[in-house]
Design a protein around this ligand. Structure first.
Ligand SMILES: Cc1ncc(C[n+]2csc(CCO)c2C)c(N)n1
Length: 216
């Protein structure tokens, strides 16, 4: 039997998907051994990612083909704009990163690439294209967070970044995103596959950039 559409896209994105899920950043985060400077560099870039991501979820709300999907995406959007942003503020305070330090860091190349990809997907006005990028941004994070060994690290900066991406609400949301992509993706296969593969490559590059010399 053919695997579901979302799984065919995921399998087609290998080996990049698995390299991202097993990345050094993920290993060091989940063991609590990541250097503060590396975690700080990641979070400053990721906070910029979330800004563009909110635009993308807004595009999903606008392009969804049912009221039920719009409600679900809208509830998720509320969570990202409240609890998740609150984590960043507490983590920045704990790591001693003030607003000036955040503002001084330029976008790393993968951050700029992601912003452009999310804007491009939103501009297609295609629910399938938006879902392809969302499935990567959410599904890949659930995949690594769901494998994190227990107990979680003591430091809340590490532990909460894992539980934000591995909790019942998030699992259900990722399952919903996959069902939606399975339903609307096949009729726009080339478009969906293109966005999916570019997003996986950027996730891997985003993790690599944490350790890139001379990059901020
Ligand atoms: C580069 C990058 N890719 C994906 C995510 C995952 N992510 C972004 S917003 C969001 C919603 C709820 O947590 C999730 C899972 C990330 N943080 N950074």
């Amino acid at each position: 039997m053919d695997p579901r559409f979302s799984e065919r896209l995921r399998a087609g994105s290998e080996p990049a998907w698995s390299r991202a899920v097993r990345h050094r950043f993920v290993q060091e985060l989940c063991s609590g051994r990541i250097a503060d400077a590396d975690m700080a560099r990641y979070l400053v870039q990721d906070h910029r990612f979330i800004d563009a991501f909110v635009t993308l979820v807004g595009a999903a709300v606008a392009s969804a083909d049912s009221f039920a999907a719009r409600l679900r995406l809208g509830r998720f959007l509320g969570m990202v704009c409240s609890e998740e942003n609150d984590y960043f503020l507490r983590a920045f305070a704990a790591l001693g990163i003030d607003e000036a330090t955040q503002a001084a860091a330029p976008d790393a190349a993968p951050t700029a690439g992601f912003k452009a990809l999310m804007r491009e997907a939103a501009a297609t006005r295609s629910y399938a294209a938006v879902l392809a990028v969302l499935n990567v941004a959410e599904g890949l994070y659930l995949d690594w967070a769901g494998r994190a060994p227990r107990p979680l690290p003591d430091n809340f900066v590490h532990a909460e970044w894992i539980t934000l991406h591995d909790n019942p609400f998030f699992r259900e949301f990722v399952a919903f995103l996959r069902e939606e992509l399975d339903r609307v993706g096949p009729s726009e296969e080339v478009l969906a596959r293109g966005f999916f593969e570019r997003a996986v490559a950027l996730e891997l590059a985003f993790f690599d950039a944490v350790y890139a010399e001379g990059d901020s």
